[in-house]
Ligand binder design. Structure first.
Ligand SMILES: CC(C)(COP(=O)(O)OP(=O)(O)OC[C@H]1O[C@@H](n2cnc3c(N)ncnc32)[C@H](O)[C@@H]1OP(=O)(O)O)[C@@H](O)C(=O)NCCC(=O)NCCS
Length: 253
């Protein structure tokens, strides 16, 4: 979807200052409606034989469309990072770990990007990066209020309230917190996944738009290998979706 690409290209120089200087990252999104009746002949231009088999195996149309959208967004983002032409996306094979985490197999490339995929509200989006990364997009809705006890502490909602402009409604603030915590869970590789109440928001600053994103800092709440004590998440609203993305810092040079 051109809009995610346009936002990324406009905002990346500003976003980059919140990541390690050597972070390389690409964000892409696709509209699911355009894929809901995607013929096999079109999908086979982008998917490997194994991926095509997996896609054909989904019985629910919604899941089939979301899965395809996520794969296409991830291949697009990875192709941008690697300099691979659209005609070669089939060679960027995405597999899934036991716990559902997507990973790229690109044996011929010097760098194999990390991937993160999310779908919500008619969109599928993906991040590809040279470091472990996490992306979550979330459409705001009233349901967030009914599950708030499962992910939001009072102190956290107060931090969001004081960080974001007053124009942000409570539903939007809660949705942003949810998306940010999901992005953290996807970024940090732990078993089991970090719990939504295990991660704790400690600071927030910024505007909540793509141009002036809100930067939220979380403690992971767990002492385990590969689990950083602090993790920053960039958040903004765009196209009636909360977007949250994180990337781990470089630990070794
Ligand atoms: C995955 C999860 C973290 C976020 O999902 P969500 O916010 O509901 O949905 P999103 O659309 O944002 O993300 C879905 C994508 O996350 C990715 N994902 C799934 N599991 C993941 C994991 N463990 N780590 C990182 N990413 C994961 C996948 O790419 C998935 O899309 P796909 O199935 O089309 O490839 C959430 O579903 C979850 O907590 N799952 C529980 C996982 C679990 O405990 N599995 C145990 C199985 S053994």
């Amino acid at each position: 979807m051109a809009f995610a690409q346009a936002i990324f290209e406009e905002c990346w120089p500003r976003w980059q200052q919140h990541f390690s200087p050597k972070t390389r990252l690409q964000l892409r999104a696709v509209v699911l409606e355009a894929l809901s009746d995607c013929p096999d002949a079109v999908a086979s231009r982008y998917l490997s034989a194994d991926e095509l088999g997996q896609w054909s195996g989904f019985s629910q149309k919604k899941r089939r469309t979301e899965w395809l959208g996520g794969r296409l967004a991830a291949k697009w983002a990875a192709a941008e990072l690697l300099g691979v032409a659209e005609a070669e996306w089939r060679t960027l094979v995405i597999k899934t770990e036991e716990d559902g985490r997507p990973y790229l197999t690109a044996a011929t490339k010097a760098m194999v990007p990390f991937l993160s995929i999310s779908h919500s509200g008619g969109l599928a989006a993906a991040l590809a990066a040279n470091l472990p990364c996490g992306l979550d997009i979330q459409q705001p809705g009233p349901k967030i209020h009914t599950v708030r006890q499962r992910f939001a502490r009072h102190e956290e909602t107060e931090i969001l309230k004081s960080s974001l402009p007053k124009s942000f409604a409570e539903t939007d603030r809660l949705t942003m917190l949810w998306a940010a915590k999901e992005a953290v869970r996807k970024t940090v590789r732990t078993s089991p996944l970090l719990g939504l109440l295990e991660t704790r928001l400690v600071t927030g600053a910024g505007g909540g738009t793509p141009q002036e994103p809100l930067v939220l800092t979380f403690t992971s709440g767990r002492e385990q290998d590969g689990c950083p004590s602090l993790i920053s998440v960039l958040c903004f609203f765009s196209d009636n979706l909360a977007w949250a993305m994180a990337c781990l810092p470089i630990t070794k040079e």
